[in-house]
Design a protein around this ligand. Structure first.
Ligand SMILES: [Zn+2]
Length: 260
């Protein structure tokens, strides 16, 4: 789960430390908590809150962010980042065999290399979203730069499979929801898609533990994070385990729809 990410604890501890130190200095020395000092005291927690939101928070706060589907029905959304690549075809085969649908957040540069896979994804009813062009993090990038990454990827998609457009779902690399990314998504009518359950398949070579981890807190509307990049070989073997387990629990896999 993203809430257990170490960044969360680092930021939380630092916030408490900063506030505690400022409070202690005020108590011990009478250092005034007015003017620029007070500003610093308020800015520190405000900045910490912002960074928690960007890096780890599972909240939407009414913004165009999707962390999970609001539903009581037994549905889950399988999402794959970092493709298409050499591993994607086997994942598509497995999805077809299980009559399951998924969402692929693609990298523009990979779309150029694997246009056939994009056509296949679209033809088999999967949702195509945008990850980035190269996988450069959006944190620190301005709106214009983020826009270039997205528009370049949309252009590659329009060459590979015009019917896949418009691609309205955006998952920034690493899931970092920077203010600029949010602003861009809002202005372009796109939605940032986070996840509720992380398989951590990028750090695990064991398909069984990948499947177990991503399903251990399964609830209706879950958005599951997986990867179909060139290095995610274990994911190919984890997908049938995940699909079998979902079926045993009466869950079906659904694509993303605009009113999700
Ligand atoms: Zn990624």
């Amino acid at each position: 789960m993203r809430r257990e990410h170490p960044v969360f604890w680092i930021i939380l501890v630092r916030t408490l430390q900063a506030s505690g130190v400022a409070g202690a200095v005020h108590l011990l020395t009478g250092w005034p908590l007015t003017g620029p000092h007070a500003l610093g005291l308020f800015l520190t927690p405000a900045l910490c809150l912002y960074f928690i939101f960007v890096f780890v928070a599972p909240w939407s706060w009414g913004l165009p962010i999707l962390n999970r589907l609001e539903t009581d029905q037994k549905v889950a959304v399988l999402t794959f980042d970092d493709g298409p690549s050499e591993t994607t075809a086997a994942i598509l085969d497995c999805l077809r065999e299980h009559k399951a649908q998924a969402v692929f957040f693609v990298l523009g540069e990979s779309v150029e290399h694997f246009p056939d896979l994009i056509r296949r994804m679209h033809g088999e009813g999967h949702t195509i979203g945008i990850h980035a062009w190269h996988h450069q993090t959006f944190v620190g990038l301005g709106r214009r730069h983020i826009g270039e990454e997205v528009r370049q990827t949309q252009e590659a998609l329009s060459l590979a499979c015009p019917a896949a457009l418009p691609a309205v779902w955006l998952r920034p690399p690493h899931g970092f929801k920077s203010l600029q990314a949010l602003w861009f998504a809002w202005a372009e009518g796109m939605t940032l898609v986070a996840w509720s359950d992380d398989s951590r398949d990028y750090a695990d070579a064991d398909p069984e533990s990948i499947a177990r981890r991503v399903l251990q807190k399964l609830r209706p509307g879950a958005i599951l994070l997986l990867h179909d990049g060139p290095d995610n070989r274990a994911t190919v073997d984890a997908v049938p385990l995940i699909l079998n387990s979902l079926r045993e629990r009466d869950f079906s896999c659904v694509p993303l729809e605009r009113d999700s």
